[in-house]
Design a protein around this ligand. Structure first.
Ligand code: MG
Length: 306
């Protein structure tokens, strides 16, 4: 038995009342309505506060959590899981990407499915936000995820294809949205039959924009998909995904550097500009298309070093 509060707007409050219309039970003083659905007692107040009480609270709440980030930004506080009876601690899929701000190398996206016991296990192993980990720890933890036979998918968008799409009018956001979608789909296929309570994507754009990107490719967002900023510090599944995406990115970048026989630094700083110049000197301007994200400002800046 647990209690959770969700804050909704007036429109959604009325929608909820209507949705549960035939499940009404006597409401306490001051409440707009009280209903009982799937063993969860839901009480709505005029203020927009909705109280969920019962065993399967998370599932019932998630039905109404359509634009979590919208509310998070408005209220500066997330309704999201603050106790053990919430999505972060339940079987869920997390996804995250790497390489988007790096001139050299691909974009990588990973999605990971964690069951409850695996969440605890990975936490103990030290899985957390990859930004707070060294490359060596990230590599070790990625190996642990693989050793534990955790269902995951990782996708790579190589530079040639990235540049093709970019020149065809795709924003980086659209590339990421489509990659997250497919990574999640692959994981869902792998775990067929297993119960998952939801999907958390480390937010990189507004949920409505994400949906629009998918729609433009005739793809549909999965039910119970949630977008959270800094999700890798809240969800172990997202943290594990960030570790796998990062490992894949670093591996691919290493391969590229070996092929080019030129050092390819991460990021998009001045040292990158210099190495672009070195790469052009060694392999010609055209080769850049296969090593870097050529629309970045670094490409132009590199010419001062040539
Ligand atoms: Mg991220």
């Amino acid at each position: 038995m647990s209690n959770h509060v969700l804050h909704v707007d007036e429109k959604q409050l009325l929608e909820m009342e209507k949705h549960y219309g035939n499940k009404k039970i006597p409401a306490p003083p001051g409440a707009l309505f009280r209903v009982k659905s799937n063993d969860v007692v839901i009480t709505g107040y005029q203020s927009g506060k909705v109280l969920f009480q019962g065993k399967n609270v998370a599932k019932e709440m998630l039905k109404w959590d359509r634009t979590p980030m919208g509310r998070v930004q408005e209220s500066k506080a997330s309704y999201v899981p603050q106790s053990t009876d919430t999505l972060f601690h339940r079987a869920h899929i997390g996804s995250d990407e790497a390489g988007t701000g790096d001139y050299f190398g691909p974009i990588t996206v990973a999605a990971v499915f964690l069951e409850e016991e695996k969440i605890a296990e990975l936490k103990q192993l030290g899985v957390r936000d990859s930004k707070t980990l060294s490359d060596a720890s990230i590599k070790r933890l990625a190996q642990e995820v693989i050793r534990l036979d955790i269902p995951y998918s990782s996708l790579v968008l190589h530079n040639g294809k990235y540049n093709d799409l970019q020149q065809a009018g795709w924003s980086q956001g659209k590339m990421k949205a489509v990659m997250h979608h497919y990574a999640i789909q692959h994981v869902l296929q792998k775990i067929k039959g297993k119960k998952t309570e939801g999907i958390i994507i480390d937010q990189f754009c507004e949920p409505a924009v994400y949906r629009r990107h998918l729609k433009s490719e005739n793809l549909q967002i999965e039910e119970n998909t949630h977008f959270l900023t800094k999700a890798e510090s809240k969800s172990i599944a997202v943290a594990a995904a960030s570790i796998i995406a990062r490992t894949r990115f670093v591996d691919e970048l290493d391969k590229l550097a070996l092929k080019a026989d030129v050092e390819l630094p991460k990021g998009a700083g001045e040292n990158v500009d210099r190495q672009i110049a070195n790469l052009i000197r060694k392999h010609g301007e055209k080769a850049l298309y296969l090593y870097g994200k050529v629309h970045f400002a670094n490409t132009k800046k590199a010419y001062q070093y040539l």
